[in-house]
Design a protein around this ligand. Sequence first.
Ligand SMILES: [Mg+2]
Length: 267
Amino acid sequence: MEPCGKSAGNSDSPFDCLLFDLDDTLYSSKSGLNVVCKRNIEEFLVKKCGFSPEKASCLRVDLFRAYGSTLAGLRALGFDIDADEYHSFVHGSLPYEALKPDVRLRNVLRSITQRKLVFTNSDRNHATRVLERLGLGDCFDDIICFETLNLNISKSTRPDEFPVVLKPSIDAMKIAIEVTGEDPRRTLFFDDNDRNITAGKTMGLRTVLVGKAVKSKEADYALENMVNLAQVIPEIWMNGEQKGEDGGLKRTISEIESAVPTPAVGA
Ligand SMILES: [Mg+2]
């Protein structure tokens, strides 16, 4: 994946690296994808695992709470579920066409010179499709996803041999920080999930709770909408060149947002 910004640290900004969750963070939960995804998971529980439709709904919620995902829970309980088959079942029929190019967010992301990575529990195929639909495919240096967090899963001889690693586990956070190669105290982590924010804080990351107006105890910032990033955390852009004589930001928020040309829709 070609990064769109230079991957150089920005010594006067408190952040060298930005880690972004994908679903319900880089696009709104109102897109409808999550509703269909939940329905697909319940269908998987019925068709592939033999649960009744009545049981499937409760089980999906219980497994998510206890294990971080339905797949993680099923494998921990001994169901020999192939991760690729599971992901293609639950993501294959998602209404990706509901996602439209987000030109404003693209401009904001492209104006950030620090390293930017996506950090999602989803599989790489889903992450790539979502980013392409949003027109953000070239805005990140790398994608940390299910496959990154679970390198050993294809080698397992029984389903519970290698527990599935996902946010909010500390192991998942450690892998992500290792992949970035950056100081977690200078890494800004965006996520819409409270538990993920708490795990990130435990590992020393600076945290942004997305989609909420009020920050949780473990969040350093609350950001209702990603496109307001420059207003809420302007210090991301702070460097020697951009400071005015009074030490404040020389570039205005609108200058930051329009720092790169607007791409053609669908680019
Ligand atoms: Mg999310």
